[in-house]
Design a protein around this ligand. Structure first.
Ligand code: CTP
Ligand code: ZN
Length: 178
Protein backbone atom coordinates (compact mmCIF):
# COMPACT_ATOMS: atom_id res chain seq x y z
CA UNK A 1 0.00 0.00 0.00
CA UNK A 2 1.54 3.37 -0.97
CA UNK A 3 1.05 6.65 0.94
CA UNK A 4 -1.67 7.78 -1.40
CA UNK A 5 -3.78 4.68 -0.84
CA UNK A 6 -3.33 5.02 2.91
CA UNK A 7 -4.64 8.57 2.85
CA UNK A 8 -7.64 7.53 0.80
CA UNK A 9 -8.32 4.76 3.27
CA UNK A 10 -8.24 7.19 6.15
CA UNK A 11 -10.61 9.60 4.41
CA UNK A 12 -12.94 6.74 3.73
CA UNK A 13 -12.87 5.87 7.43
CA UNK A 14 -13.65 9.44 8.41
CA UNK A 15 -16.50 9.60 5.94
CA UNK A 16 -17.95 6.43 7.42
CA UNK A 17 -17.66 7.88 10.93
CA UNK A 18 -19.50 11.01 9.85
CA UNK A 19 -22.24 8.98 8.20
CA UNK A 20 -22.61 6.78 11.24
CA UNK A 21 -22.76 9.77 13.60
CA UNK A 22 -25.37 11.42 11.37
CA UNK A 23 -27.36 8.22 11.41
CA UNK A 24 -27.25 8.10 15.21
CA UNK A 25 -28.48 11.69 15.49
CA UNK A 26 -31.14 10.91 12.94
CA UNK A 27 -32.27 7.88 14.94
CA UNK A 28 -32.51 9.95 18.09
CA UNK A 29 -34.56 12.58 16.34
CA UNK A 30 -36.72 9.97 14.69
CA UNK A 31 -37.62 8.59 18.09
CA UNK A 32 -39.07 11.95 19.08
CA UNK A 33 -39.55 13.68 15.74
CA UNK A 34 -41.72 16.79 15.60
CA UNK A 35 -45.39 16.50 14.79
CA UNK A 36 -47.55 18.83 12.73
CA UNK A 37 -50.76 18.83 14.78
CA UNK A 38 -51.66 17.13 18.00
CA UNK A 39 -50.56 16.79 21.58
CA UNK A 40 -47.16 16.17 23.11
CA UNK A 41 -47.14 14.87 26.67
CA UNK A 42 -43.67 15.65 27.86
CA UNK A 43 -41.59 15.26 31.04
CA UNK A 44 -43.24 12.03 32.04
CA UNK A 45 -41.33 10.05 34.65
CA UNK A 46 -39.56 7.17 32.94
CA UNK A 47 -41.97 4.24 32.80
CA UNK A 48 -45.16 6.29 32.58
CA UNK A 49 -45.56 6.30 28.79
CA UNK A 50 -47.54 3.05 28.72
CA UNK A 51 -49.92 4.21 31.44
CA UNK A 52 -50.51 7.37 29.43
CA UNK A 53 -51.41 5.25 26.40
CA UNK A 54 -53.86 3.33 28.57
CA UNK A 55 -55.43 6.55 29.82
CA UNK A 56 -55.81 7.84 26.28
CA UNK A 57 -57.22 4.50 25.17
CA UNK A 58 -54.51 4.14 22.56
CA UNK A 59 -53.78 0.59 21.50
CA UNK A 60 -52.89 1.26 17.88
CA UNK A 61 -56.17 -0.06 16.54
CA UNK A 62 -57.63 3.29 15.51
CA UNK A 63 -54.85 4.23 13.14
CA UNK A 64 -53.67 7.24 15.17
CA UNK A 65 -50.13 8.45 14.64
CA UNK A 66 -48.41 7.95 17.99
CA UNK A 67 -44.72 8.31 18.84
CA UNK A 68 -43.39 7.14 22.14
CA UNK A 69 -40.01 7.94 23.60
CA UNK A 70 -39.05 5.87 26.62
CA UNK A 71 -36.04 6.67 28.74
CA UNK A 72 -35.16 9.63 26.56
CA UNK A 73 -32.28 11.71 27.95
CA UNK A 74 -33.63 14.90 29.55
CA UNK A 75 -31.86 17.90 31.12
CA UNK A 76 -34.46 18.22 33.81
CA UNK A 77 -35.26 14.65 34.73
CA UNK A 78 -32.24 12.53 33.82
CA UNK A 79 -34.42 10.32 31.69
CA UNK A 80 -38.04 10.87 30.80
CA UNK A 81 -40.81 9.38 28.72
CA UNK A 82 -42.64 11.35 26.07
CA UNK A 83 -45.82 10.58 24.15
CA UNK A 84 -46.86 12.38 20.96
CA UNK A 85 -50.33 11.87 19.62
CA UNK A 86 -51.12 13.28 16.21
CA UNK A 87 -54.36 15.03 15.30
CA UNK A 88 -55.78 14.78 18.76
CA UNK A 89 -56.29 17.09 21.70
CA UNK A 90 -57.10 15.73 25.13
CA UNK A 91 -60.43 15.98 26.86
CA UNK A 92 -60.63 17.46 30.35
CA UNK A 93 -61.33 14.03 31.86
CA UNK A 94 -58.24 12.63 30.16
CA UNK A 95 -56.17 15.50 31.53
CA UNK A 96 -57.66 14.89 35.01
CA UNK A 97 -56.61 11.25 35.12
CA UNK A 98 -53.26 12.05 33.58
CA UNK A 99 -52.78 14.57 36.37
CA UNK A 100 -53.29 11.87 38.96
CA UNK A 101 -50.62 9.54 37.68
CA UNK A 102 -48.26 12.09 36.12
CA UNK A 103 -48.58 15.44 37.90
CA UNK A 104 -45.12 16.48 36.68
CA UNK A 105 -45.99 16.18 32.99
CA UNK A 106 -46.31 19.04 30.53
CA UNK A 107 -49.01 19.01 27.88
CA UNK A 108 -48.13 20.82 24.67
CA UNK A 109 -50.74 21.52 22.03
CA UNK A 110 -49.18 21.62 18.57
CA UNK A 111 -50.74 23.26 15.54
CA UNK A 112 -48.95 23.58 12.26
CA UNK A 113 -45.66 22.48 13.90
CA UNK A 114 -45.87 25.24 16.51
CA UNK A 115 -46.44 24.85 20.25
CA UNK A 116 -49.54 27.00 20.71
CA UNK A 117 -50.26 26.05 24.30
CA UNK A 118 -48.17 24.56 27.10
CA UNK A 119 -49.82 23.40 30.30
CA UNK A 120 -48.25 22.12 33.45
CA UNK A 121 -50.90 19.84 34.79
CA UNK A 122 -52.08 20.07 38.35
CA UNK A 123 -53.20 17.29 40.57
CA UNK A 124 -57.00 17.54 40.74
CA UNK A 125 -58.87 17.22 44.05
CA UNK A 126 -61.47 14.93 42.47
CA UNK A 127 -62.06 13.07 39.20
CA UNK A 128 -65.53 12.51 37.81
CA UNK A 129 -66.61 9.94 35.26
CA UNK A 130 -63.21 8.48 34.45
CA UNK A 131 -62.63 5.54 36.78
CA UNK A 132 -64.92 2.67 37.61
CA UNK A 133 -65.25 1.61 41.22
CA UNK A 134 -63.59 -1.71 42.15
CA UNK A 135 -66.48 -2.51 44.51
CA UNK A 136 -69.05 -4.51 42.52
CA UNK A 137 -71.78 -3.57 45.00
CA UNK A 138 -71.11 0.15 44.65
CA UNK A 139 -74.10 2.10 43.36
CA UNK A 140 -71.94 3.29 40.45
CA UNK A 141 -71.81 -0.34 39.24
CA UNK A 142 -75.58 -0.86 39.57
CA UNK A 143 -76.85 0.48 36.26
CA UNK A 144 -78.10 3.57 38.03
CA UNK A 145 -77.62 6.94 36.34
CA UNK A 146 -74.83 7.86 38.76
CA UNK A 147 -71.51 9.24 37.58
CA UNK A 148 -68.44 7.87 39.32
CA UNK A 149 -66.59 10.35 41.47
CA UNK A 150 -63.33 9.82 43.32
CA UNK A 151 -61.59 12.17 45.72
CA UNK A 152 -57.85 12.36 45.14
CA UNK A 153 -56.10 11.60 48.45
CA UNK A 154 -52.47 10.88 49.28
CA UNK A 155 -53.21 7.17 49.66
CA UNK A 156 -55.09 6.91 46.38
CA UNK A 157 -58.48 7.76 44.90
CA UNK A 158 -61.49 7.25 47.09
CA UNK A 159 -64.97 6.51 45.76
CA UNK A 160 -67.42 9.16 46.93
CA UNK A 161 -70.22 6.62 47.21
CA UNK A 162 -68.72 3.58 48.92
CA UNK A 163 -65.30 4.70 50.12
CA UNK A 164 -63.32 2.11 48.14
CA UNK A 165 -59.76 3.13 47.40
CA UNK A 166 -58.04 2.80 44.02
CA UNK A 167 -54.28 3.08 44.50
CA UNK A 168 -52.40 5.08 41.93
CA UNK A 169 -50.71 2.06 40.39
CA UNK A 170 -54.17 0.52 39.89
CA UNK A 171 -55.55 3.53 38.01
CA UNK A 172 -54.90 2.06 34.52
CA UNK A 173 -56.90 -1.05 35.54
CA UNK A 174 -60.02 0.90 36.49
CA UNK A 175 -59.96 3.45 33.70
CA UNK A 176 -63.29 4.22 32.17
CA UNK A 177 -62.32 7.00 29.76
CA UNK A 178 -64.28 7.05 26.52
N1 CTP B 1 -42.75 19.24 19.76
C1 CTP B 1 -43.16 18.36 18.76
N2 CTP B 1 -43.59 18.83 17.55
C2 CTP B 1 -43.60 20.15 17.30
C3 CTP B 1 -43.18 21.06 18.30
C4 CTP B 1 -42.76 20.58 19.54
O1 CTP B 1 -43.15 17.16 18.97
N3 CTP B 1 -44.01 20.57 16.09
C5 CTP B 1 -42.35 18.70 21.07
C6 CTP B 1 -40.88 18.98 21.40
O2 CTP B 1 -40.10 17.91 20.90
C7 CTP B 1 -40.89 19.00 22.91
C8 CTP B 1 -42.29 19.49 23.26
O3 CTP B 1 -43.08 19.34 22.07
O4 CTP B 1 -40.76 17.69 23.42
C9 CTP B 1 -42.31 20.92 23.68
O5 CTP B 1 -41.73 21.70 22.67
P1 CTP B 1 -40.96 23.05 23.02
O6 CTP B 1 -41.82 23.89 23.89
O7 CTP B 1 -40.47 23.63 21.74
O8 CTP B 1 -39.71 22.45 23.79
P2 CTP B 1 -39.06 22.92 25.16
O9 CTP B 1 -38.86 24.40 25.15
O10 CTP B 1 -37.86 22.06 25.39
O11 CTP B 1 -40.19 22.55 26.20
P3 CTP B 1 -40.11 22.60 27.80
O12 CTP B 1 -39.71 24.00 28.19
O13 CTP B 1 -41.54 22.28 28.21
O14 CTP B 1 -39.13 21.55 28.22
ZN1 ZN C 1 -67.70 2.89 44.92
Amino acid sequence: MNDHDYEEDQNQGEAEDIVSTARKIDDQQLRVSKIRDGTVIDHLTAGEALDVLAILGIDGSNGEGVSIGMNVVSDRLGTKDIVKVEDRELSQSEVDVLAVIAPEATINIIRDYTVIDKKRIERPTAVTGVLSCPNRNCITNANEPVNTRFMVLDEGLQCNYCGSIVHEDEVPTYLDVA
